[in-house]
Design a protein around this ligand. Structure first.
Ligand SMILES: C[S@@+](CC[C@H](N)C(=O)[O-])C[C@H]1O[C@@H](n2cnc3c(N)ncnc32)[C@H](O)[C@@H]1O
Length: 309
């Protein structure tokens, strides 16, 4: 019996597999990028989406499969790992789900969404509940191809969208590892006052944006100072980033933190577990992440005792 299913991002099945092994979750089989488990669902940072209530149903015909799905709820997204034609025929019989691209800043879709696939022509696997509000965890935006100097801003947009919060006009941000300036561009466009810290120079257009101040120095040498948002996209070993994040949290100077944690080769399970253990924090693989996870932390989610340190 399948009791949970974990969807890996393309090419990132291995770190998900290692994470699930570490969390003692058995994998009975892979269906494309979907790891099928007989164990109850657990939080898995490397999964783009987790199917938390899987059910197997016989699907002797296209109509029978569609009837099962429609009988449960309205909104479904399909994950296909084969059986493409048959799945398209089933999808044609379901109410359309508009996966509109988001216009940042706006909240993620709130409509309840399930997921389904065909394990075989006559075997339907569905889950009425899943962790991501996006089809197959794919959070897509209307991109700005003219403004930002790199596409890295999409990671920050996605992280902020998932948080359901972003800097308000006049709030302060420190952007560590800011060059060439995609994240700084995104923050400045929200009307925030951004201090962009990098050893490398910032793109000149971003440096000239209203509210942007550049600081050409190391992110690791910067003493914590009061700030609404600390964001960090520095390329560094996870253990070193962990030290930086812990130092800022202990200082009590930042209200919120968003930090990319980049892994080389095999993911560093120890560092991942240490980030996961930070109270008030969340670690996730975003659709726009490559071989990296994004750590998001908020002081507001801490209990008064934790806040007092
Ligand atoms: C992936 S890029 C950041 C991209 C940026 N977020 C954007 O949107 O354009 C990583 C940056 O980290 C910077 N970096 C690496 N080590 C650093 C350090 N010790 N202090 C400050 N910046 C550092 C690099 O110079 C590089 O610009």
């Amino acid at each position: 019996m399948i009791r949970s299913a974990y969807l890996a991002a393309e090419g990132l099945e291995q770190p998900l597999l290692l994470e699930l092994e570490r969390k003692r979750v058995d994998i009975a089989a892979w269906h494309g990028r979907l790891a099928l488990s007989p164990d109850p669902p657990v939080a898995a940072a490397w999964a783009l989406d987790v199917w938390t209530a899987p059910e197997e149903h016989p699907a002797p015909s296209v109509k029978a499969a569609a009837d099962v799905l429609r009988g449960i709820q309205r909104n479904w997204s399909a994950y296909a790992a084969g059986q493409h034609r048959r799945m398209a025929l089933i999808a044609d019989r379901l109410p359309p789900v508009k996966a509109r691209k988001l216009r940042f800043p706006e909240p993620p879709p709130s409509a309840h969404l399930g997921a389904w696939t065909l394990l075989a022509p006559d075997r339907l696997l569905l889950s009425a509940a899943k962790t991501s509000p996006f089809p197959n965890g794919e959070c897509r935006f209307e991109e700005d191809r003219a403004g930002p100097p790199s596409r890295a801003y999409l990671k920050l947009w996605e992280a902020l969208t998932r948080l359901g919060a972003w800097p308000e006009p006049g709030q302060t941000c420190i952007d560590l590892g800011a060059a060439p300036g995609g994240w700084t561009w995104a923050l400045a466009r929200l009307g925030a006052a951004v201090t962009a810290v990098d050893k490398a120079p910032l793109d000149l257009v971003v440096a000239a944006m209203r509210g942007v101040a550049g600081l050409q120095e190391s992110a690791f040498g910067l003493e914590p100072r009061p700030v609404d948002w600390l964001v960090c996209d520095v390329i560094a070993y996870p253990a070193r980033l962990l030290g930086l994040v812990e130092r800022w949290i202990a200082s009590g100077m930042a209200d919120r933190i968003v930090c990319t944690v980049k892994f080389q080769g095999e993911a560093d399970g120890g560092a991942q577990a240490a980030f996961e253990a930070i109270p008030g924090g969340r670690l996730a693989h975003l659709f726009h992440n490559k071989h990296e996870l994004t750590f998001a932390w908020s002081r507001q989610t801490l209990s008064p005792r934790e806040r007092a340190g």
